[in-house]
Design a protein around this ligand. Sequence first.
Ligand code: GTP
Ligand code: MG
Length: 233
Amino acid sequence: MKVLVVTPTYDERDNLEPLAEAVLASPVRADFLVVDDASPDGTGELADRIAAREPRFRVIHRAGKLGLGTAYVEAFRFALDHGWDAVVTMDGDWSHDPAYLPALVEATSRADLVIGSRYMNGISVVNWDLKRLILSQFANEYARKITGLAFHDCTSGFQCLTRRALEAARLDRIHSSGYSFLIELKYRVVHAGIVGVEVPIVFTDRRLGSSKISKTEVLRSMVTPWRLRFGRA
Ligand SMILES: Nc1nc2c(ncn2[C@@H]2O[C@H](COP(=O)(O)OP(=O)(O)OP(=O)(O)O)[C@@H](O)[C@H]2O)c(=O)[nH]1
Ligand SMILES: [Mg+2]
């Protein structure tokens, strides 16, 4: 199975090179695609240098910070157009450890949507302060209750989707441009009749660099579940 790991980046210069190394060394033999939004810190130029020496590494450059959701949609279209069988969505800050790639990919034998889940056996999050933990747990419970999605972790950004799931998601109709894309994607896939499973992961706070989640994004994530529930998806 041909797998494309996709990572949107915005100012991840110090994380990117070791992450690319780890992804390319994974036994899943995946290709790695970075979607960089003209990061001011030079992540895009670094990505070009890695691409020049690593045939399995690719980069899409966009003109400015256009959001996590639109970055993923662009990457998924690229994957569908160029013959990949599955994609893995992964953050570029080491919160999602490439060591889980085999488990995520292997589970596609059981389901077309595989979610790397932080909340399957209690809470598997390392290095978050209590405030952040409570916020994430709350956001997740909130999204679950309102959308009816049955996953323990329905806001997870570490997941594997097969071509079948991507096609079912109707990418042209996705509304969310930012982080709430992660909920909308799962919702669309499940409502298209695709089976989703969870595999446990341990999530670790970002290694280096800073968070890009804004207050507006948090607010949007509160509205999206209601929009999905009332069918304007
Ligand atoms: N291309 C692109 N990537 C983005 C954008 N916003 C965030 N990212 C990337 O999306 C991934 C997740 O963003 P983070 O800032 O780590 O968000 P988070 O994990 O909720 O917050 P932290 O706890 O600080 O890690 C990272 O790889 C970011 O670089 C964006 O607008 N465009
Ligand atoms: Mg992060």
